[in-house]
Unconditional design. Structure first.
Length: 146
């Protein structure tokens, strides 16, 4: 059982890996409660856009603007340009990032737009990605558009 919200995102990442996908997970928290969970499903759903954060927001369903404005998004990996765009669109004020050594999205831009970022530098998040990339480098490069 996850003990923190980042642990819940890590559990999502592991779920993605176990189902044949890329081990990145995310949860959306409002008022101390998880309202959405997701993991990268690009492989499983043959999708061009189902990164973990996008899947999480989709699974949270339709929310009011006021809900997003008091939410925190947890992601095991630094959000890419696409996911950062969704963060900005919905005015999510705070993002907790498991790690950004494997990949760093436009963090400075998010900060410049008022988003508070907390980088956990989780060794578990980092190791999940390193193990995956070692075995699946072409799939990883596809996921980040290279």
């Amino acid at each position: 059982m996850p003990t923190t919200f980042l642990d819940a995102a890590i559990a999502e990442a592991k779920k993605g890996l176990q189902s044949g996908g890329i081990p990145i997970g995310s949860v959306l928290v409002i008022d101390g409660k998880i309202v959405g969970r997701g993991h990268n499903k690009r492989v499983q759903s043959c999708s061009s856009v189902l990164h973990a954060e996008m899947d999480c927001l989709e699974n949270a369903g339709r929310l009011a603007a006021s809900d997003y404005k008091r939410s925190v998004l947890y992601s095991t990996l630094s959000p890419c340009d696409m996911c950062s765009g969704a963060i900005l669109l919905y005015k999510i004020p705070s993002v907790v990032i498991g790690e950004n050594r494997t990949f760093q999205g436009p963090e400075d831009y998010l900060r410049s737009r008022g988003v508070q970022l907390e980088i956990e530098d989780s060794s578990e998040c980092f190791q999940l990605m390193q193990d995956f990339i070692q075995k699946n480098d072409s799939l990883w490069n596809e996921d980040i558009g290279e």
